[in-house]
Design a protein around this ligand. Structure first.
Ligand code: GTP
Ligand code: MG
Length: 223
């Protein structure tokens, strides 16, 4: 039975152990893709720190979507429960979030990463240039990296989110509030969140200006 059909045949065949093994293998590919990207970022961070005595990255977070969350998303979207459909449609199975010090670091780190020949950019969403209506700011890139397995090379899609620590602070807390209220965030709370996002953006601007004053050319090119 081809691997692609095994999820849909779960009920019929009852071959749970086999499906579980295939699913684990499928998830491993995403983990390896995520590890590849994490390693690329840590190499950039270490080398940049060595060369310029400056570390543009505050912290990096990786996360793999849980199988339950993947299955819930395919159900919600009415997709075929096959590995192919998941691969083609669920693009945030592997996620890497990079919190940088300043706005220009966000763009610099992103540029350094995507200029590598084995990194393919599938999609970019610049929510820093175009913040979401609620005030959310971040640079999102959907990238694909090759993962070398024992017998083949698989291209793996990884969702990359880069933001400043101020943007990260706002997004983490907004996420908590949003999940408390789900889809019905009260209007006044929404306005306050937008206002807080503006405060975070102002802080980024002020800190960026201070950084430029104190570091000059080492602050890197402007975004
Ligand atoms: P999903 O289908 O939910 O993944 O969103 P999308 O396909 O529209 O992609 P988008 O790039 O807009 O968002 C992907 C991810 O960015 C989300 O899963 C969140 O982690 C993050 N994100 C996007 N919008 C917001 C927001 O308004 N607030 C917070 N806290 N995070 C957000
Ligand atoms: Mg998502």
């Amino acid at each position: 039975m081809p691997a692609s059909n095994q999820l849909s045949q779960l009920g019929a065949s009852g071959d749970l152990a086999r499906v579980r093994a295939d699913f684990t293998r499928f998830m491993m590919e995403y983990k390896f893709g995520m590890d590849e990207v994490e390693t690329k970022i840590s190499i950039l961070q270490e080398e940049f720190t060595h060369l310029h005595d400056y570390n543009p990255i505050e912290h990096v977070l990786t996360r793999l979507k849980t199988p339950e969350s993947i299955l819930e998303k395919i159900r919600r979207r009415g997709l075929d429960p096959s590995f192919e459909a998941i691969r083609d449609n669920i693009t945030d199975i592997a996620g890497v979030r990079v919190a940088c010090s300043f706005v220009r670091d966000v763009y610099n780190v992103y540029d350094m990463l995507i200029s590598q020949p084995d990194v393919e950019v599938l999609q970019v969403k610049d929510y820093i240039d175009n913040p979401k209506p609620n005030g959310y700011r971040s640079l999102h890139g959907l990238i694909r990296v090759p993962v070398h397995l024992s017998d083949r090379i698989v291209p793996v899609t990884v969702e990359l989110q880069l933001r400043t620590v101020a943007m990260d602070f706002w997004a983490s807390l907004e996420h908590k509030i949003y999940y408390k209220y789900r889809d019905s965030v009260p209007e006044d709370l929404l306005v306050q969140l937008q206002d807080a996002a503006k405060t975070a953006a102002d802080l980024d601007e002020r800190m960026g200006a201070l950084h430029l004053q104190t570091h000059g050319e080492f602050a890197g090119p402007s975004p």
